[in-house]
Design a protein around this ligand. Sequence first.
Ligand code: SAM
Length: 234
Amino acid sequence: MIALLRGHEATKEKHDYFKNIYLPVNALERAFRWYYLNRTSYSGIMNVVNCYWGYGDKFSMQPKNWPTQLRKCSAKLQGASLLCGDFATVIEQAPDGAFLFIDPPYYNADQAKFYTFAFTKADHHRLAELMQQHSKRLRFLLTYDDSPEIRGLYGWAEIILVKQWNYTINRTDDQKKERQRPQSEKGTRYMGREVFILNYDPSCVGQVPVAHPQVGSMVANVGHLRAAQLAFAE
Ligand SMILES: C[S@@+](CC[C@H](N)C(=O)[O-])C[C@H]1O[C@@H](n2cnc3c(N)ncnc32)[C@H](O)[C@@H]1O
């Protein structure tokens, strides 16, 4: 993969070529094409309808750093099994006592934009039911966008933590909407909110995550749940 990527700069012309013309003939070439497009597309969106050129030297990982990143990733994946399938299979097959980090599509996201197959409301309900069903034998950390529906679905969980952060949307001029947006609105700051849902008390596991001053504070949502505070290192 690294050898295939060698010499390829991030350019709009190449993005267009790999997206529309290039025909991979084997799995490695498919992976190479996927990686190039993922690294150079806006927000890494791979849904073909919304896979636009979106690379910028200042905010994207530069091609000269791709090999290092791939090697790091490869080292971490040694011994790992990668499965591609519905979440239910993975959860049901996880051995007793396993820890699962689950990062499903957001509940209120514009699914069609990101995914070829949307994660439906029924899927969100199915996931919540499954997690409750397996809650006694598995530990999990689940991340979601904050909404009353998600809090309702996981009202039975041990802890729901709320994290807020600021983010800026900078889109490249290749995005249709961006072209229409006035200069004054570019790079607008937004407030994001995400919930971390746990079915266990992390302070009882021995290793409590350490506070990080640069990360927005995480405040436990007390509600009818047990009060808790946790700082989180990213
Ligand atoms: C928010 S993304 C996860 C991003 C990931 N944590 C990362 O850092 O790259 C949600 C993922 O759920 C996957 N997904 C969608 N439907 C699924 C299903 N039925 N079962 C399992 N995963 C699914 C999507 O393909 C997507 O990769």
